[in-house]
Design a protein around this ligand. Structure first.
Ligand SMILES: Cc1ncc(COP(=O)(O)O)c(C=O)c1O
Length: 277
């Protein structure tokens, strides 16, 4: 496949935000890349789809609330690949939630496995399935390279770059693309409480390049998949003022971080998307 056809909007636009006037704040709208293959999902999947043979079948993996599954389902249909989604939770079925219903409607064959079976699949590197394997969350070297594109699309090196993190793949791809001794300070807002391994990996990568990285642990809202009424309220106020939606798991927590932090110089926030089913 030579070029990725539309409707994927890249480079994603950068927009000035005036909601916190004391801050010279810009937002890179990766959430606009696509309504379903939104934000870092497309960054992670793009390279994977480029290496496939025409019509090559895919098997991928994820939780029942994972944005990765619908993104992979849409992209597989769009590029003409049959796809199987192996879902964590044997008690579930294709009608268990809207996200799974969407995946099935896109033509994804769903297979439900127990949590322990899913864990051993993760530990053994997703072996035992036919077709091209796309790991949980779309991880892989193609994902790192794709996330590096976020950095390459920036016209200037900002003073601060702020983004959410889960597995750390997105920030790792960005750090890999940044030049050594880059003046940009990276602020990582983790959606996961106590993500020590991911934090250490990012710090080590930044240190090797003499880049300053601040890792903000998720100690305020209860950890992954948790949020408070005031976080939701702030996200809603933000959306009403700017017209930009924020998912509660990742980008609402970045907004909360920006609100409580004072940063000097210009700040670019990478909006990593997130679809609300
Ligand atoms: C909307 C959104 N933002 C941020 C992240 C975190 O990305 P990563 O797992 O690459 O750190 C995810 C998870 O993939 C996500 O769905």
């Amino acid at each position: 496949m030579d070029a990725i056809p539309m409707p994927f909007l890249t480079p994603s636009p950068v927009q000035k935000l005036t909601v916190k006037p004391e801050l010279d704040l810009y937002i890179k709208r990766d959430d606009l890349i696509h309504p379903i293959v939104s934000g870092n999902k497309w960054r992670k999947l793009q390279g994977f789809f480029q290496i496939l043979r025409p019509g090559e079948p895919i098997t991928t993996f994820g939780g029942a609330f994972s944005n990765h599954l619908p993104a992979a389902a849409f992209a597989a249909k769009h590029f003409g690949h049959p796809i199987t989604g192996v879902v964590r939770g044997e008690e579930l079925n294709a009608s268990s939630n809207d996200l799974l219903k969407y995946c099935q409607a896109q033509g994804m064959a769903l297979e439900f496995v127990s949590r322990s079976a899913f864990r051993s699949l993760r530990e053994t590197g997703w072996t035992g399935y036919s077709g091209r394997v796309l790991p949980e969350g779309g991880a892989g070297s193609h994902a790192m390279e794709g996330c590096g594109e976020i950095w390459k699309e920036l016209a200037h090196e900002p003073d601060h770059l702020v983004l959410a993190s889960g597995t750390g793949t997105t920030v790792s791809g960005i750090l890999a693309a940044m030049p050594p001794h880059c003046k940009t300070q990276v602020h990582v807002v983790s959606a996961v409480k106590g993500a020590l391994i991911e934090c250490a990996a990012a710090q080590q990568q930044a240190l090797a390049k003499h880049i300053t990285l601040h890792w903000e642990d998720e100690t305020r809202f209860g950890g992954f998949g948790k949020w408070s009424p005031s976080l939701l309220e702030e996200a809603e106020n933000f959306e009403q003022t700017t017209g930009i939606p924020l998912d509660p798991n990742y980008n609402a927590k970045v907004w909360a971080y920006l609100q409580r932090t004072s940063l000097q110089g210009n700040v670019v926030w990478i909006h990593t998307g997130g679809v609300r089913f």
